[in-house]
Design a protein around this ligand. Sequence first.
Ligand code: HEM
Length: 400
Amino acid sequence: MSEPITYLEHWDRTDAFDPPAVLRKLSAEQPLSRMVYPDGHVGWLATGIDVVKQVLSNPAFSHNFHSAHFPLTKKGQPFPTMPIIPGLFIHMDPPGHTRYRAVLTGEFTTNRVAVLGERIEVAAVEQLTALRGLGSPADLVAGYVQPLCRRVLNDLLGVPDEGGAILARLSETANDDAVPVEDEFAASSDAFLYLRDRVEKERADPGDSMIGRLTAVPGLTDQEITNMLLVVFAAGLTTCEGALAATSLALLHHREQLEAFRAACANGAGVDNAVEELLRYTTVNQYLIFRTALTDVELGGHSIRAGDTVTISLPAANRDGSRFAHAELLDLSRDPSGHLAFGYGVHICLAQRLARRLLTVALRTLVTGLPGLALVVPIGEVRLRARTSVFSIHDLPVRW
Ligand code: HEM
């Protein structure tokens, strides 16, 4: 095996759609590589789809913060280790993780998403009308993507718009690489206090909302519920905004695929498949997916030692040529099943059904409602959020 790579040297994403060159090269040539972490730990980087799936589905790999070495730094500072707090289930392992996840699964059933989906249809049409009201040209991110995603997340949790603005700071600070880590923590703290207040109110007088239903679950404390809600909101808003911006841009840049998408919307066939391919092609969770070995494990012909952290590149895995022919091409007619845009294993996206519905409705409403939609700037001038853990776009100037 060649020399360990230093992740930070190759961190920035310079292309709107492709993972950094080093990750693409590794995905093609070397599914598992040694990697030096910011704290000096020599761990691993997984870029091949089979190895990634093995790590994410093997209980020998932990998602616990305590055992991890952090693959990401912000402004050159190591990311601080956080304590394991009750309810912060995204960084727990089974059985603790299982308990919280099982409670929340009821919030994302087919029936629940069908009800939310009807409201998404209404919200998308209203936001498109608001975008038209801004006049052409306008910024698609500020004028459509953000307000729509925020509305859907607020509706899911059952919080009013003013509360949603406090929660949205979470996404704004996490999504801006110019914001210091301290500001992110301040936004988390404000969001926690706001949500705890909502939980206390709903416990006293439960309504028909996610928060109200969680307060009715026997044995869950207010602190646990507040942290569960924080996880849902934080994991949901940044990814939805990033994915809707990136998939919109992908369609606007690939005009023949845009026309194929419009045709699929018109005849009602192939839209779901097209959204899957857009998810694969854009894979927005670009950094900060990692697991740490609890025991020695054999993986892809290598010996992983207990304590080794393995960073996962989902964008690289989704460009693995052994699974997806001409993986670098956006092809809405291909079979993209088995892509890892929502992760894999016990932490696979809890809300993938809702996320798919949101993307489908939002993209369909946009491209059918604005037949002349086009980018105003060359693709190379679109301002990318290249360093954030979830890839996104600052602004997207469009005309129609
Ligand atoms: C297109 C949009 C989305 C994408 C691409 C996405 C992607 C992901 C990925 C890759 C993971 C796995 C993380 C890991 O293994 O470390 C994940 C987990 C999660 N996602 Fe999503 N997500 C999206 C939308 C949402 C939404 C809308 C919500 C909530 C409303 C949500 C809530 C969660 C939660 C709670 C987890 C943690 C699950 C667990 O630890 O068991 N996601 N998501």
